[in-house]
Design a protein around this ligand. Structure first.
Ligand code: ADP
Length: 684
């Protein structure tokens, strides 16, 4: 969680349900948008392909029109050249024989020339020659059929004083076929006067073949048509293709007008008929591919969005169910994130906390200085202890509560620290339970003490009986002595002794009672520096009380110059008393002849426990079997009919509360040795 991310997340989380419903309606709308987009793209592509096709067609049509126009100009220039040929032939004025040979060679060079004639002014044929490249087209009879047409053409030529062309006409052939031909009549002029005519018969088919065939005939079908569409001559082949393009041009000749028609076919259904549609198709394919990729990408994004939303919802659920308070701060100490548990803990809303910096509203006013110092230490980059530290916060309602704080640096994805993340545990309940358990522990200890006192009561009565009886008999004796004493000096000495004994016995009784009183009185659990001697002195009268009853000899063994210990005196006295009592009870058995209880205090032997004092209580009793040893410290475990089974467990608690250690070992030659350690005042 980066510092920039956290606040935005805080803002986002409440928006989640709204975000979900909006996402659903977005999904529906997105589907229709996608359908519309795909439809539009398809329509665009179809239009593009269609336009490209149309453009291509128009290009082709324009090309065909240009070709037709070029073809017309080619024909014109050729026809013009032919006229020049004829004129030069006329100019030579050759005699018939030479004319024949000249004309035949001309006819051989121009395949579209079928026949040349020389006629006089009346139209009578003077000379003629047929093309050597084919069968003669006319005989005299068939030629006569066209006489009128020829004469009209020549008269027109005469009128024009230049070349004139006849209408086209059909000449049937012997093989059942025929030819469409056209005549050119050129007047022969000598000194401005028409003296005759030259006639040149053209085969229309051959004009097309010879003049246009190579250039235009390969790709197109070229034909001369009449204005009504009747085909007069045709040349070339049409490639097999779907679309037919047609271009027509007029060949306007003096005396005749021909229509040249050029037909070309275009391959329509080809997938890639030309570069432009191919380009458009390629672009369309690319566009569709991009669209597909886009769809895939958007699906992936949608999935990522959904995953993110799921993760967000999961995180929110997690945050809401957390009982640990979480708070993030940036490097300037400003709060950038708090979770609901933290808000609940301190009683402030998230918006009241976000962006706040020291002093925080949940800091107790008198501790602001201390907390600010702590925050400064943290912001300087010093990591807090891993096990956390305790602090006190104040709720919005003014109540205080203890918290356990764990802090860790907040590291972003780049590995850079962006702030601090803290987790808070409200430990007020824990504290309450601890307090309760401490109180009940104290009560238990007091009860245990009282139980011991109960036990001691009978001993007390027995024990106090002796000094009191002694006091009473000394007092009676003293009274008697006073009565007899008149004048006897020795009696005074006896009286003195008796009174001294009375005071001694009375103070002994008082001591016994005081020690019981001290023991029972419940004191505060204050630790103090106290000499081990004093502890031992305090318990000795009570130990002696029981030792007396059980006929046990108590021996003490104290090192000189023992350092004072730092302890709760009452509790330690109770531990000693418990151990001594247990030891004496263990020796209260017929098999135990020697009944000696040894209380020893010395410096702890091990170097590890240097600075510690060891107390030990050893007996020569029955010892502890392994079965009993297992349960020895279990509360309420006892082997005695009137025992409570709390003694040892309390002893261990007390010793461990002081940081010490309680253990037992078998004692030689028999019995058990219990020992425990306490720290010296200097160690603490
Ligand atoms: P209680 O004295 O009320 O029985 P304790 O916790 O002091 O409770 O002792 C538990 C049991 O441990 C005793 O009942 C006894 O059986 C055993 N025990 C304690 N001290 C000794 C000892 N010095 N020698 C033998 N047994 C012992």
């Amino acid at each position: 969680m980066s510092s920039t991310h956290t606040p935005s997340l805080n803002r986002l989380v409440p928006l989640w349900p709204f975000f979900k419903s909006v996402t659903r309606s977005f999904t529906d709308r997105r589907i229709s948008l996608w359908i519309a987009l795909v439809g539009l793209v398809v329509a665009l592509l179809v239009t593009l392909v269609w336009l490209a096709g149309r453009y291509e067609a128009s290009q082709y049509q324009a090309e065909l029109d240009r070709d037709a126009a070029d073809a017309i100009s080619d024909i014109r220039s050729n026809l013009g050249r032919h006229i020049l040929n004829l004129q030069s032939l006329q100019a030579k004025g050759l005699p018939p024989k030479l004319w024949q040979s000249d004309v035949v060679s001309l006819l051989g060079q121009n395949r579209e020339w079928l026949r040349i004639e020389r006629r006089d002014m009346q139209g009578a044929v003077l000379d003629f020659a047929d093309s050597p490249l084919r069968e003669p087209l006319f005989n005299t009879k068939t030629r006569m059929n066209e006489q009128i047409e020829i004469m009209q053409t020549c008269l027109r030529a005469k009128r024009l004083n230049g070349p004139a062309y006849s209408r086209t006409y059909f000449v049937p052939q012997a093989n059942g076929l025929g030819l469409e031909v056209m005549e050119l009549c050129l007047p022969a002029i000598e000194q401005g006067i028409t003296v005759g005519y030259s006639l040149l018969t053209y085969g229309l088919q051959d004009i097309l073949a010879m003049q246009l065939g190579d250039t235009y005939g390969r790709r197109n079908e070229i034909s001369f048509v009449e204005p009504d569409g009747t085909r007069l001559a045709i040349h070339g082949t049409l490639p097999r293709a779907k679309r037919l393009f047609t271009a027509t041009q007029l060949l306007d000749l003096p005396g005749n007008t021909l229509v040249l028609r050029m037909d070309g076919r275009r391959a329509g259904p080809d997938m890639f008929p030309s570069i432009l549609p191919a380009l458009v198709t390629a672009m369309s394919i690319a566009l569709v591919s991009v669209l597909v990729l886009l769809v895939k990408d958007s699906r992936r994004r949608l999935k990522a969005e959904r995953d993110l939303a799921d993760a967000l919802a999961f995180r929110k659920a997690m945050e809401d169910s957390l009982v640990t308070g979480l708070r993030a701060r940036d490097l300037h100490g400003r709060i950038t994130y708090v979770n609901p548990a933290f808000c609940q803990m301190v009683g402030f809303d998230a918006h009241q906390l976000l962006g706040k910096s020291a002093p925080m509203p949940y800091w107790p006013s008198e501790m602001v200085g201390e907390y600010q110092q702590r925050q400064a230490v943290r912001l300087a980059g010093n990591a807090p202890p891993r096990e956390g530290f305790e602090s006190v916060f104040v709720r919005k309602d003014g109540s205080r509560f203890p918290v356990l704080i764990f802090e860790a640096p907040l590291i972003n994805v780049l590995g850079k620290q962006t702030g601090w993340m803290s987790a808070f545990l409200d430990i007020s309940e824990q504290r309450r339970i601890e307090e309760l358990s401490r109180a009940s522990q104290e009560r238990l200890q007091a009860t245990a003490r009282l139980a011991t006192v109960g036990e001691m009561a009978s001993l007390l009565s027995h024990e106090l009986n002796q000094p009191l009886a002694a006091i009473s008999s000394y007092a009676t004796g003293s009274l008697n002595l006073i009565q007899q004493a008149q004048g006897h000096a020795g009696t005074f000495a006896d009286l003195q002794m008796a009174l001294a004994r009375i005071s001694e016995q009375a103070s002994r009784a008082g001591k016994v009672i005081n020690s019981v009183h001290d023991f029972v009185r419940r004191r505060d659990q204050d630790r103090e520096i106290v000499s081990p001697h004093l502890i031992l002195d305090a318990v000795m009268p009570l130990v002696q009380l029981q030792a007396h009853k059980l006929q046990v000899r108590v021996s003490t063994n104290l090192d000189d110059r023992l350092a004072p210990v730092f302890c709760d005196r009452t509790m330690v006295e109770q531990v000693l008393l418990n151990l001594a009592r247990n030891g004496m009870q263990a020796m209260d058995h017929p098999t135990c002849q020697k009944r000696i209880l040894t209380l020893q205090v010395k410096r702890a032997a091990s170097s590890l426990s240097h600075g510690w004092i060891e107390f030990s209580v050893s007996d020569l009793g029955v010892g502890i079997s392994p079965d009993i040893a297992k349960q020895l410290f279990t509360p309420f475990f006892t082997t005695k009919t009137e025992g409570m089974g709390l003694g040892l467990s309390l002893c261990r608690t007390v010793v461990e509360q002081h940081g010490g250690h309680l253990e037992f070992v078998p004692h030689e030659p028999q019995g058990t040795l219990f020992r425990f350690t306490l720290p010296t005042a200097s160690e603490v």
